[in-house]
Design a protein around this ligand. Structure first.
Ligand SMILES: [Mg+2]
Length: 400
């Protein structure tokens, strides 16, 4: 069976963090609950219970705003360890059904059910069983999407929340997928969606019918991918054990030792940008930034900083690297400079990274998206941050 004609489930837990809190605190059940931030009203909502959503509260919203909308809202801190424990029990349960389970985030997984479900009817029966099982064993509700590939399964699970079950086959696309706004197609970034709308492609159906040549001229090979996605084509396999790097590093040895701080900081920005671009391509976040310095006398030091929140934003990572360099470089000539990201984790689905309250972060994210888009279209050398030009850094760094 081709990769594009399988039976794939995408299982998405509903309001996962809030649902786990309701399990642990029965007295909160059915109450407006938000997880995230602190009771002083700082920080952003990580997850809102469905009761809280009725008040207009949603994830990414500042906690203070949530409290203004619903003064009696219950604010709980994020208990990631507990959510991870429940998540791994869920994944273990999925693996009793099929070995082909790909955890996609803490509360989502793809299951290749082709071997078990021989027909769509059979698949629906399986989905109902799984939903019942998860409710009975874990007390949690789920939305299950079923499709012939991962893309359509993912789109389907998003169509009915909470407690949904949607099948999205090729014949269902005109009625169910194509009327949706183009922004909702999984895999399309915000910047791309804006461009598509500007050129008159407002719905997924518009994109599906757009001439491939036209989009290729506009977006390079990414344009052809966009049209394929809009037509529900996706050849990505469910991979039970994805090959994931444990760290992403890049270092560069200078032709002549550097002592000019501006030049050194310019190279640092290039290296940070290179590792962060790779991090985003892997759809991962990092916690720890390490800077490596080798001096003219071959003395080598590495200095690390661990961030409070995992990130993939170049600006945040670059600032951490820069602080390390400022703290630990006393001016001796530098022969080699390196930046390594570790403490990697999968980036969860959705667009939560777009919800940074800090204007600097917002600006950084916009810049990253713009650069990623251009590089995807025109190759990694197509565009440079102005700072490199000032320092002549063109990065001959090597992947570690
Ligand atoms: Mg979810």
């Amino acid at each position: 069976m081709s990769n594009d004609a399988r039976i794939i489930f995408h299982i998405d837990m509903n309001a996962f963090f809030a649902a786990v809190e309701e399990l642990d605190h029965p007295e909160y059940r059915g109450q407006p609950i938000i997880v995230g931030g602190d009771p002083d009203g700082r920080g952003v909502v990580s997850t809102a219970s469905y009761a809280a959503r009725q008040w207009g509260i949603h994830s990414g919203m500042p906690v203070a705003r949530a409290r203004a909308l619903c003064p009696q809202v219950i604010i709980l801190p994020v208990n990631m360890e507990r959510y991870r424990a429940v998540s791994s029990q869920l994944m273990a349960y999925f693996r009793t059904l099929t070995p082909l389970v790909e955890p996609f985030s803490i509360d989502e997984a793809y299951l290749d059910m082709t071997g078990l479900a021989q027909s769509w009817e059979h698949a629906i029966a399986w989905a109902k069983t799984i939903k019942r099982d998860i409710k009975a064993r874990f007390g949690l509700t789920t939305s299950v999407g079923i499709g012939p590939n991962k893309l359509l399964a993912k789109m389907a699970s998003g169509m009915e929340k909470p407690d949904g079950l949607v099948v999205l086959r090729y014949q269902d696309l005109p009625a169910k997928l194509w009327p949706l706004p183009v922004d909702e197609l999984f895999g399309i970034g915000l910047a791309t969606a804006v461009t598509l709308r500007k050129i008159g492609l407002a719905t997924i159906g518009d994109l599906a019918q757009a001439p491939v040549d036209f989009l290729t001229r506009r977006f390079g090979s990414y344009g052809a991918k966009l049209v394929a996605w809009a037509n529900g084509r996706d050849t990505d396999l469910v991979l039970s054990e994805r090959e994931r790097p444990e760290s992403i590093g890049r270092e560069t040895t200078f032709r002549t030792d550097l002592h000019d701080p501006d030049a050194l900081f310019g190279h640092l920005l290039w290296l940070s940008d290179a590792v962060c671009t790779r991090l985003r391509q892997e759809r991962m976040l990092c916690r720890t930034v390490t800077v490596k310095l080798r001096f003219a006398d071959f003395r080598t030091i590495t200095r690390a900083h661990t961030l409070i929140n995992a990130t993939d934003v170049t600006g945040q990572i670059h600032r951490a690297a820069k602080r390390l360099l400022q703290e630990h470089w006393q001016g001796s000539p530098v022969r080699l400079l390196g930046v390594t990201l570790s403490g990697l984790q999968e980036k969860s689905a959705g667009r939560q990274m777009a919800f940074f309250p800090d204007p600097q972060d917002k600006q950084d994210i916009r810049l990253d998206k713009a650069l990623d888009n251009v590089r995807e279209r025109c190759g990694s050398d197509a565009i440079w941050r102005a700072r490199y030009l000032l320092t002549g850094s063109r990065g001959k760094g090597e992947d570690k």
